[in-house]
Design a protein around this ligand. Sequence first.
Ligand SMILES: Cc1cc2nc3c(=O)[nH]c(=O)nc-3n(C[C@H](O)[C@H](O)[C@H](O)COP(=O)(O)O)c2cc1C
Length: 215
Amino acid sequence: MKKSTVKKLTALFVSLLLVFGLASCGGNGDSEESTVVPSSENTSEAASKSGGAGTGKTLVVYYSATGNTEEVAGFIAKATNGDTFELVPKEPYSDDDLNWTDDKSRVVREHENPDERDIELTKTTVDDWESYDTVFIGYPIWWGIAAWPVDGFVKANDFTGKNVIPFCTSASSGLGDSGKLLEDQAGTGNWMEGERFSSGVSETEVQAWVNGLNL
Ligand SMILES: Cc1cc2nc3c(=O)[nH]c(=O)nc-3n(C[C@H](O)[C@H](O)[C@H](O)COP(=O)(O)O)c2cc1C
């Protein structure tokens, strides 16, 4: 064989090696990419299964000044396998602040002056908010309406595509218009009727209500 022919054959062999080598590298890269499902696709696939906007997850958001609503929130989270998110005022209410029999207490002052009810919270944004398509919102009843520390949360978040279920605890008042008023402040979301529980409600009763929602 001529020297030039050997050279040509060697060059051809080397270039073939390069082509196949690169192709197989590219193949590896491609197959890695195709196994990674972008989160947006993930979400829409789950949404079509659940009929909602997220991945079928449940979040239980609540404000509780003295623990009653917190207990119910815990029961709901357990019954739905949901996550909880507590609303915490930057300036928490002390027992004196909550004394509605004292004309000079913080809560009475705020009740009498609606423009003082804009309560700053430590956090209003929820990690992975898009992944929740059912959001419970719990609060104590104060003077017949939702305790106002929840207002900042509903105003700060977009509930589009989410089912929102209000719940409250109270000494004797019903849910009243409390859920409707929150819905108006939120301006988005599919708000449901909701439920009122007495302050010391049992887990069984809360569970029965959750089961009846057919989520
Ligand atoms: C400032 C204030 C106002 C309240 N107003 C009402 C009311 O209008 N009707 C009612 O039934 N209970 C009322 N309560 C009682 C609470 O709604 C009840 O104790 C609730 O379970 C407290 O929930 P929490 O422990 O999660 O804060 C009021 C309590 C406070 C502190």
